[in-house]
Design a protein around this ligand. Structure first.
Ligand SMILES: Cc1ncc(COP(=O)(O)O)c(C=O)c1O
Length: 431
């Protein structure tokens, strides 16, 4: 078996993708994963708090999902036509979860679904302009300026930075150009009342309201964010977790908008696959089972981690805070130096959490995993504090300004809108 360092060397010479992970995130060659555990090529075990970038919220290799996927593969895995029983069953299972939706149109990735939704809105309204906030993937139509150094972004999108005053201004002057307002709920920063006000602003201008639920659709609550917040979008996009580990995404929404999509060429070769749909149908059965209640388990585990981390920060007088939606929380340090050192100590102790990222806990996380993680957090912070003061190069407390800076960096929310809507570091909400 090649060692991890030999594999990393080979990767350096033949692939481009590892740079980001090697320098910024996880310098690990993963070998296998099961539940919330992943093993590297040297056999070291880690606890994964990313759910594989949100793709496997039930945990990797969930037995019922594996069984369904393997059976589909044995049956061919792909068919010449685009319809399969598994595809129909997946759509049927989604409809009751998202009551505003009449139909589903499937794609492979979140970026494909958001790009398709933008095209559907343009076809449906005959208008071009998309007003957007938040991350929607890597495709050209919306590239976020925050990422810098990128090829040209689509000139027919405007990022309003979650700023409702700016949105109102654009709608007042250019409403007849606007095909859709397309927003990603940043649940740790904007309350449901913000989205209700946004939805009210959009209505009456002849454009569509679209919510990007690639992250939240199967993680915030069963049925996603829009339903929980009480808004009624025309379209939403979902993906992460839909087929628990396999590539599948969907645009869900009003039938008349989705039906019109037939005239906006949206075909692709791999829509003939059956395997991801078999995995999705099995995953959705688990998501919908009150006995399994995976989202309830993600929330309980997230709440335990948030409160354990906050107790640790308080005990050690380190200005840092874990907040707030349990299944997708963040941690903010006043000092990046301390934060980065703390997270790299966690990695060395076998805990995969991305500094500055959203912590997407999986339903497979056990109380033993949580206890191990909190112990590793204690040990890592103790080690950091041996050579650094609790707030080296940072202020003595984490303030609203730090949260505003993070929100601007991460998804372009303007300080003005955060001043109006950011509720502060709310404790984890009850179940
Ligand atoms: C809200 C949102 N939209 C779209 C995407 C893009 O999805 P994908 O990476 O599957 O293309 C992501 C991915 O993180 C996302 O979080």
């Amino acid at each position: 078996m090649p060692t991890m360092s030999a594999l990393l060397e080979r990767a350096e010479s033949v692939t481009t993708s590892p740079r980001w992970d090697l320098e910024k995130r996880f310098p690990v060659v993963a070998d296998r994963a099961k539940g919330c555990h992943v093993w590297d090529a040297d056999g070291n075990r880690y606890i994964d708090y990313t759910s594989c970038s949100g793709a496997a919220p039930l945990g990797a290799a969930h037995p019922a999902v594996v069984e369904a996927a393997v059976a589909a593969l044995r049956n061919g895995g792909i068919v010449p036509c685009t319809l399969s029983q598994a595809r129909i069953e997946t759509a049927e299972q989604l409809m009751p979860l998202f009551p505003f939706a009449d139909r589903a149109r499937f794609f492979r990735t979140g970026s494909c679904a958001t790009t398709a939704a933008a095209r559907m809105a343009r076809v449906h309204t005959g208008r071009r302009l998309i007003l957007t906030s938040g991350f929607h993937g890597w495709h050209d139509w919306h590239l976020q300026s925050a990422f810098g150094g990128l090829p040209d972004r689509d000139r027919e999108t405007i990022d309003f930075g979650y700023d409702l005053d700016r949105l109102a201004e654009i709608l007042a002057t250019r409403w007849s150009d606007v095909a859709a307002v397309f927003v990603t709920p940043e649940v740790n920063f904007f309350p449901p009342a913000y989205h209700v006000e946004l939805a009210q602003l959009v209505r009456g201008h002849g454009c569509l309201l679209m919510v990007d639920e690639v992250m939240t659709g199967l993680r915030y609550r069963l049925g996603g964010y829009a339903t929980a917040a009480g808004i009624d979008p025309d379209l939403i996009t979902i993906s992460k977790g839909l087929a628990n580990g396999m590539a599948l995404s969907a645009v869900l929404g009003r039938g008349e908008v989705l039906d019109g999509a037939d005239s906006a060429y949206l075909g692709y070769t791999y829509q003939r696959e059956v395997t991801p749909f078999a995995a999705a149908a099995a995953s959705l059965r688990i998501f919908r089972s009150s006995e399994d209640d995976p989202i309830g388990r993600m929330h309980a585990a997230g709440r335990a981690l948030i409160s354990g981390l906050n107790e640790l920060f308080e005990r050690t007088s380190v200005p840092a805070v874990a907040f707030s939606w349990p299944s997708m929380f963040r941690v903010l340090f006043a000092s990046d130096e301390i934060g980065e050192a703390f997270y790299s100590g966690l990695l060395r102790r076998g805990v995969l959490m991305e500094y500055g990222g959203v912590h997407m806990i999986s339903a497979a996380t056990s109380s033993a995993d949580l206890a191990y993680t909190l112990e590793a957090a204690h040990d890592s912070l103790t080690e950091v504090l041996r050579t650094a003061r609790p707030h080296s190069n940072g202020s003595a407390r984490v303030g609203d300004a730090d949260a505003h800076a993070l929100a601007y960096r991460a998804f372009g929310a303007t300080p003005a809108t955060l001043e109006k809507w950011w509720p502060g570091f709310a404790p984890a909400p009850p179940n």
